[in-house]
Design a protein around this ligand. Sequence first.
Ligand code: AP5
Ligand code: MG
Length: 217
Amino acid sequence: MATFIVMLGPPGVGKGTQAKILSEKTGLAHISSGDLFRENLKNQTELGKLAQTYMTKGELVPDDVTVAMIKDRLTRPDCKAGAVLDGFPRTPAQAEALESMLQEFHGQVDAVPFITAGENVLIERLGGRWTCRVNGAHVFNEKTNPPKNDKKCDFDGAELYQRDDDKPETVKNRIKVYFEQTAPLISYYREHGKLAEIDGTQAIDQVTEDLLVALKK
Ligand code: AP5
Ligand code: MG
């Protein structure tokens, strides 16, 4: 059975940061729905242009489009053993769609780390986030996780930029949308016995340590 880990939590809590580390430690693919949309936008695909109309407002891209994109990504050979899913599913309909996809791909959701932090922490972190132009999984923070060289990625030397949707007004809407549309997944996965709550206000290394302990259970 292929192993899937679903990273759950509000915008800016550290899903991407931890998913990258977990992927390196477990060898599972790291799949970020947000990064896939941003790659599509960079390549000016129809999907990217459509997604942008939602992303700039901090709204969710429609379920059918999102599910189709993830399904396509899961057919790639690097997902054979499973994946760390970062930002998907984000609605109850997406969670149902994931269950049917995984039946097809002979996989299952093994664990759902739910990383938490208060709204002030999220707004502060996103305000100081710098993302790599070349690889969206390379993220830094001017206060809590600064790059070694100003405005350059530590991993590939590429330019760092501030995401368009990290502006305070958009962040506020992303958090609102999270509570309205994604938060129902907390009880969904808790009822399925998959949820592991992790304190996301701790330092990055400590969050990783707690995640690894939770995943061993
Ligand atoms: P997406 O890209 O997924 O954004 P998000 O969920 O809002 O989450 P973020 O990437 O902003 O935060 P994160 O939790 O990954 O935090 P990070 O590790 O970077 O989605 C963007 C948009 O795409 C959505 O709004 C929607 O429009 C669309 N979309 C995506 N998926 C979709 C779906 N399934 N359905 C429909 N639409 C979808 O960390 C944040 C900052 O904090 C960084 O600076 C980092 O260095 C720092 N940091 C991390 N951990 C710590 C720590 N422990 N201590 C201190 N600083 C930390
Ligand atoms: Mg992210």
